[in-house]
Design a protein around this ligand. Structure first.
Ligand code: BT5
Length: 308
């Protein structure tokens, strides 16, 4: 959201306040204040005009205003009602030198999963990409997938659901996928230029609109969730765990659906079958097989039935 408009919204949130008072506070003209107020109203922000000035009545559950106001951290917000892929839009912003930004949409007709798979994105979900410019080396970037998984899980816990995390990037409710994460990066051998952590959460979406094996927050709760609150919780947790990777791994272990399970992991070069026994920094899965321990950095993981 454009920064002056956000400042007008913040002034309204501190209100009631008058047009001239906002103009003075922001050092802009009264006409400019009026223009921003009209634009906010068009976005669905309810602002009434009373004898004492403007009163902020309500903000919508989703959209640029809803997400920008009181967003934790220092991220810019880039919102549109529909986008082909928030990861692609974040990449475009990254290459133009944008600062750390959250790109977000309500509907994503051509979202991407890993390995060129599709991510189904009907209206009502949460589709967001966090563009970050970390100062750690490229080999540590997978920790951001762990951080995101934990942030999503803890955000979902705020609506009284009990998620589990499947290595490396799925968040599950009752063994069904409710969220997925796609992390992409650009950098050199020793330096990260940017990382984009794409997060899709099936929030207020019909289960029938999704692939088999998927679930949604609204179907699990029997009522819709407030996406604004959920995203603010998610960003707060993401920001916290980014700076505390050891804590992120511990929080991941607490919710791990994969540890202690028999798994089949497909890596780019081999298939490993064994018991998932540990996760290590920066997100490496340790699998115990008949041939010994394997440290798996990336791959697709399937949970298998235990052998009797
Ligand atoms: C993922 O891939 O789980 C990563 C998904 C990342 C989506 C976000 S949304 C915002 C950002 N912008 C993007 O364009 N992408 C990111 P993967 O592990 O490869 O899982 C993909 C598989 O999950 C598909 O092949 C389907 O089987 C299944 N799937 C597709 N859409 C789903 C959905 N909405 N819910 C649950 N499962 C789904």
């Amino acid at each position: 959201m454009e920064s002056t408009r956000l400042h007008v919204l913040e002034a309204l949130a501190d209100g009631p306040t008058s047009g001239p008072a906002i103009a003075e506070r922001l050092e802009i003209s009264r006409a400019a204040v009026w223009k921003h107020i009209e634009a906010l109203r068009e976005e669905g922000v309810e602002i009434s005009s009373t004898g004492t000035g403007y009163v902020l009545e309500s903000i919508p559950e989703y959209g640029a205003a809803a997400l920008s106001l009181d967003l934790p951290g220092t991220y810019a917000v880039h919102y549109a009602d529909s986008m082909p892929s928030t990861n692609d839009e974040a990449r475009r912003l990254a290459t133009t030198g944008a600062p750390e930004t959250i790109v977000i949409t309500d509907e994503q007709p051509t979202g991407r999963g890993r390995l060129d798979r599709d991510w189904v994105g009907p209206s009502g979900g949460i589709y967001l990409s966090v563009l970050v410019r970390p100062d750690h080396p490229p080999m540590d970037v997978p920790i951001l997938t762990i951080v995101a998984g934990v942030a999503v899980a803890e955000a979902i816990e705020t609506v009284d659901l009990d998620p589990a995390i499947k290595w490396p990037n799925d968040v599950l409710l009752d063994e069904r996928k409710v969220a997925g994460i796609l992390t992409e990066m650009q950098g050199e051998a020793d330096r990260v230029d940017w990382v984009i952590v794409g997060i899709g959460i099936n929030a207020n979406v019909e289960r029938a609109a999704l692939p088999a094996g998927a679930t949604t927050l609204s179907s699990q709760r029997g009522e819709s969730v407030n996406r604004r609150d959920l995203i603010h919780a998610l960003v707060d947790r993401f920001d916290h765990y980014r700076g505390a990777p050891i804590d992120a791994l511990a929080a991941w272990r607490d919710r791990a659906a994969t540890l202690g399970r028999r798994v089949r992991v497909e890596t780019p070069t081999e298939t490993i079958v064994g018991e998932a026994v540990a996760i290590e920094h920066p997100g490496t899965l340790v699998v115990e097989t008949d041939q010994g321990r394997h440290h798996v950095h990336a791959g697709d993981c399937e949970h298998l039935r235990p052998v009797d």
